[in-house]
Design a protein around this ligand. Sequence first.
Ligand code: TPP
Length: 375
Amino acid sequence: MKNPEQKVVEILKNSRIDLAATLPCDRIKALLPLISENIKTIPLTREENGVGICAGVYLGGGRPVMVIQSTGLGNMINALLSLNLTYGIPLPVLASWRGIYKEPIEAQWQFGKRLPAILGAAGIKFTTIESHSELDKINDAIKDSFSNAHPHVVLISPSVWECSLCEVPEPFEIIPRRLELKFKSEIKKPVMIRYDAIKILAEIAGDDIIIANLGIPSKELFDIKDRELNFYMLGSMGLVSSIGLGLALIQKRHVYVIDGDGSLLMNPNSLTAIGEYNPGNLTVIAIDNAAYGSTGNQKTATSSRIDLELMAKANGIKDTVKVHTTAELKGALLRKVGFIHALVKPINVKCREIPLSANEIKQRFMRAMGMNELF
Ligand SMILES: Cc1ncc(C[n+]2csc(CCOP(=O)(O)OP(=O)(O)O)c2C)c(N)n1
């Protein structure tokens, strides 16, 4: 009999999964190294961020999976509904189901026992696996997810791994390192508005991809220049750069992301993930109006203290710049700098609603990328 971990990896490979986004659980500590030996793996720092990365991977032609602890589903619900269910984006999720079987940690009980009801109420498809002999259900769940373009969660009981003889890897050695950061920045009184900055981007984007943040940035981009290679975010605040990262990792076109200060502060994990890879075909334009512009210009922390460029550097993003004028922005975009901190005034241009459904935005984007959606 095969170890259950080997069986799972075999199923993932036979299902042509080409990327796994993972965050550990003690019960799958023998599975995770086996996955990363066999499938390109992105280690996550928060599960919600994985939803964005995997959406980008799918939009770019890949077949992602997430492998996590079931508690992580609590961090993913908004994204699964406002991104995957809204646009019709597949995502198989293998979740180590805690709180229901020989569970010693009390903090796991409440969420674990209610999880099927929570997923059911949220309209998220799920399958439960209680024993080794049911592992083939993973196959069906992956098929269902990709052929019906929705997330499908597989809750795997810890009882499944009890027969395993898989070895857990030895602890690794810490690599000694030093950090010397020389950073001087000056945030001047802004002279541009967000609309000016997006206009410059639209002028130079050519055949490249633009992913625009939810709310007014998407509407402004639509107003300036609608094109099939624009992906307009309608929800899942904080995930725009994560989607951009997923796209940059799976395909060759350059990806420009229009992010915002409020959104980056909601999900700084996106910078952590970008800093891990520094893909040369990704430019994040952090449009910093020091406000939640789309909800009425309430101040964010960048209005008085946080420097987004320093945050990007602190996360390991190598190529960063700060720009205050459209000429500086144009120069940085043409150089395809990895992270552009663009200082703008908190002023919105009044634009109409985008007259496209989420599904239309996705379908035409994928067509323009030269893909049939269902593969
Ligand atoms: C989880 C969540 N919380 C709050 C909101 C409401 N919301 C939508 S857009 C937005 C502001 C985004 O601010 P920022 O990223 O700075 O971009 P800006 O609108 O200023 O361009 C907020 C708070 C939301 N959509 N989702």
